[in-house]
Ligand binder design. Structure first.
Ligand code: 26Q
Length: 817
């Protein structure tokens, strides 16, 4: 691709130096003698932000000219990771910037290190949203990402005595050079109160919502740049009190009450909720959801009307993608806007609404499906509750006409009235959308046969799959420059915009000297991670060992504790003098536990206890090392994936909707040990069975095992090795004699074992033995590693976004460069 003159690409060293110094002097008021590293970072970020905004403005002009159909991506979470490095890459000025700074005696890497990432998400779902913005920008999809500007993002994780401790994340402390506040783009959002129903002069029912409070949402824009391409914005809403409302001439007492009220309304966007299961009933969470949905819809409608259009064809101009059910109240809100405010007839409004929304589901776990109590929702959003009831009654009438059974009708209802009545948000999203998709082939199939089965039978054409993908520019080009350079030297730069071009490397898979270069790059990446881990944890790994890595949120279904059982079995083998076949291995764990999730927190303590035991035992610590790397984040992820030899993707089949870490590992040349779960299935298909270590039950076998009545204790009785490992948990040897510390894990596994660790144990051990055998043949390992990388084409988020464009959004892309 070549750039048009006037685009923000291909800046010269002198231009970069000049802008950087101007930002430092006039933007920040600093001179080099007193400037801190953070000042240098901010100055460079401000300069780069201007260039990114230039691309954004150019894109806007182009989109306006083409009059194209647009996409609004609604997500309660984003995890963009550090912006600076990625923007330099996308502007293709990394090298020039490095030289410009070197002229000033400054080191780019040190400056990049300064950035604090916005932790505005929990994990996979938030990171996926950011990967999608990257690809929408790159491909030229006229789009905007809407979300919440949490003042405190996901907590920072520290370890205290081996337990997780949470520290608040003050990511805005040093300011945020990437965002621009837009005080003129602000909307009012109502809460509470009651509704009035009246007939107007034409005898048409008119509903009026009289709220008891109102707050303002103000837009903060962060430009997101595609690769040598368009820019789009991520627009995050921040809550503030409406001052004129409360601060009019009041006396002293009222003044203080008004100040309190102001503070209370500003807490809506204070903090991101961790994805705890026992969160239903948290009123503030529902307020956050409605707040950002309402601001976003008002903004989209403003844009639509600004272009002189009618609301009757809103759906022809806008697609709104719901990232899980978190923004699904949007279905009721759009109906309210069309019917109550713009006086549209119900049927027409419903037509527009259903053709506007599409819904992505990210979970099958019944306990994770969102529900809001009717009582709470009615108190906070009385008009929306009426609208949901109306949608539901029309929908159920339709089902009755089509002779659905009463049982089916009550299963499909938007209202669950077994127990405390609640709204099933997944049903609202499904009924209110024209497309519903799962996030991997397996997950989409299970969605249709389990959670949304009745709906899939009613509307088969509504259901589709879009397998997740990852931003390969961030997770390969940016985070693994060594490997990226090697690839580019061999096959050119095409892969940056078309990941399937990596197949052109096929002829090198067997080439010994290429394999050697490949291994050297991996080794250097492992050395870098080793240094970082030593700095953070004090544990020194040996980069020549096999790096076996399990990083993701801590959850029982992801089975971090199955990995621990394997480590303990190796430990006991070594202690019993039977460990000669074990390849020296460093086990690296990372991930946060929801603060209220008892078992997850105990699993972290178990990992750190095993690490202490093994790392300090000279009889085993030449062969085994274990570390828990605290505070896993996008920034850390970028250092971890490139250093991995083995990727652990060991969830119980049927539980991980897709996984995206699995893709990032493979993309960086790790081999996977995994179950047939989520996107693992498709990864294995692409890289070839031989290059993937498979173990464990299939989803169907899991279902059969449970149906037949599962008795983990019997497995424990029959497997000597497993019994020894399990008993070790409560021997006190891991816990200074305390035999009770890990009993909750032990008891849970022997009595219920809901995620079938014991059932899959033997199969896992055998697959791991195969891993250790393969590792001994380093050429073979390198070959399989190469075959992993070159077959990753499918898993670029560029491919996912193309799928959304074709199958769901029906939009054409418009590129400016
Ligand atoms: C819900 C209610 C109240 C508070 C928080 C939440 C909440 C927040 C975040 C519930 C769930 C999440 C995040 C879920 C998530 O990350 N799911 C993952 O999505 C990835 C992208 O599709 C998949 O790859 C993973 O398999 C899936 O687990």
């Amino acid at each position: 691709t070549s750039s048009k003159p006037g685009s923000g690409l291909d800046l010269s060293k002198e231009e970069i130096k000049k802008s950087f110094l101007e930002k430092l002097f006039y933007g920040l008021g600093r001179i080099p003698t007193v400037a801190t590293d953070n000042d240098y970072y901010s100055a460079l970020a401000l300069a780069v932000r201007d260039w990114v905004f230039r691309q954004y403005v150019r894109s806007l002009e182009e989109y306006a000219e083409q009059d194209s159909r647009g996409v609004a991506y609604l997500s309660a979470e984003y995890l963009p990771g550090p912006h600076l490095g990625n923007n330099l890459l996308n502007l293709s000025i990394t090298k020039t910037t490095r030289e410009a700074l070197a002229d000033l005696d400054l080191d780019l890497d040190k400056i990049l290190e300064q950035e604090v990432e916005p932790g505005l998400g929990n994990g996979g779902l938030g990171r996926l949203a950011s990967c999608y913005l990257d690809s929408m920008a790159t491909l030229g999809v006229p789009s905007i990402g809407y979300g919440i500007r949490y003042e405190f993002g996901i907590f920072n994780q520290t370890l205290k005595d081996g337990w997780q401790a949470e520290v608040t994340d003050k990511w805005l402390h040093y300011g945020n050079p990437w965002e621009v506040v837009r005080p003129e783009i602000a909307f009012e959002v109502k809460f509470g109160g009651y509704t009035e129903h009246k007939y107007d002069s034409n005898n048409k029912l008119q509903v009026n919502w009289i709220p008891d409070s109102e707050i303002r949402g103000t837009a903060y824009d962060t430009p997101i740049l595609g690769y040598r391409s368009n820019g789009i914005i991520m627009r995050l809403w921040s809550a503030e009190a409406i001052e004129s409302f409360d601060f009019a001439a009041y006396n002293m007492g009222d003044y203080y009450r008004a100040v309190e009220k102001k503070m209370r309304s500003e807490n809506i966007t204070k903090v991101l909720y961790p994805n705890d299961e026992n969160l239903s009933g948290k009123e503030l969470r529902l307020k956050q959801q409605y707040f950002f949905v309402s601001c976003s819809l008002q903004d989209i409608i403003r844009l639509h009307l600004l272009q002189g259009r009618e609301l009757e064809n809103f759906h022809e101009k806008f697609n709104i993608q719901l990232n899980d059910t978190h923004p699904s109240i949007a279905v009721a809100e759009l109906m309210r806007i069309l019917v109550d405010i713009h006086q549209m007839e119900w049927d027409e409004a419903w037509h527009v609404t259903r053709h506007t929304f599409a819904y992505t589901n990210h979970t099958l776990l019944p306990e994770a499906l969102e529900k809001w109590s009717v009582n709470l929702l009615g108190r906070l959003l009385p008009r929306h509750l009426e609208i949901i009831y109306e949608i539901n009654s029309r929908f159920l009438n339709e089902l009755r006409k089509q002779n659905f059974s009463t049982e089916q009708i009550s299963r499909m209802s938007l209202i669950d009235d077994r127990g405390e009545p609640s709204i099933r948000m997944a049903h609202l999203a499904t009924v209110g959308s024209h497309k519903v998709n799962g996030v991997s082939a397996l997950h989409s199939r299970l969605l249709k046969s389990m959670v949304l089965q009745d709906f899939a039978e009613l509307w088969p054409e509504k259901f589709t799959n879009v397998t997740n993908g990852v931003a390969h520019r961030r997770f390969l080009a940016l985070s693994n420059p060594g490997l990226a350079d090697l690839i580019t030297r061999k096959i050119g730069k095409e892969w940056l915009t078309d990941l399937s071009a990596l197949r052109n490397l096929e002829k090198f898979a067997d080439d010994k000297s290429f394999q050697e270069e490949w291994r050297n790059i991996k080794f250097k990446n492992k050395e870098r991670l080793t240094a970082l881990i030593e700095e953070r944890t004090g544990v020194k790994l040996d980069p020549s060992m096999l790096f076996d890595i399990h990083v993701k949120r801590i959850h029982e279904y992801k089975r971090q504790h199955l990995k621990v059982l394997h480590i303990l079995s190796l430990y006991l083998r070594l202690k019993n003098g039977k460990g000669k076949d074990i390849s020296p291995t460093s086990f690296i764990f990372g991930g946060k536990a929801a603060p209220g999730y008892f078992m997850a927190k105990r699993i972290i303590k178990l990992i750190t206890a095993v690490a202490d035991l093994i790392n300090n035992d000279p009889e085993v610590n030449k062969k085994l090392k274990v570390v828990f790397l605290p505070n896993f984040s996008v920034k850390l992820a970028q250092q971890v994936y490139p250093a991995a030899d083995l990727s652990e993707q060991i969830s119980m089949a049927g539980k991980e909707a897709s996984g995206t870490g699995n893709m990032k590992f493979s993309l960086n040349g790790a081999l996977t040990i995994g179950t047939l779960d989520g996107a693992n299935v498709e990864i294995r298909e692409e890289v070839g069975e031989k290059n993937f270590f498979l173990f464990g039950l299939t989803t169907e076998e899991v279902q059969e095992t449970k149906k037949a009545g599962y008795h983990p204790y019997r497995i424990y009785e029959q497997n000597n090795d497993l019994r020894e490992v399990m008993d070790f948990l409560i021997s006190g040897k891991l816990s200074k004699g305390d035999k009770e510390l890990f009993r909750p894990i032990y008891d849970n596994l022997l009595q219920q074992d809901p995620y079938l660790l014991l059932k899959d144990y033997q199969s896992y051990i055998e697959a791991m033995d195969e891993v250790h055998k393969t590792w001994k043949d380093q050429n073979e390992w390198a070959k399989r590693s190469i075959l992993n990388v070159i077959n990753m084409g499918k898993f670029s988020s560029d491919r996912s976004i193309s799928d959304y464009c074709e199958d769901i959004w029906k939009v054409e892309t418009v590129k400016v460069v």
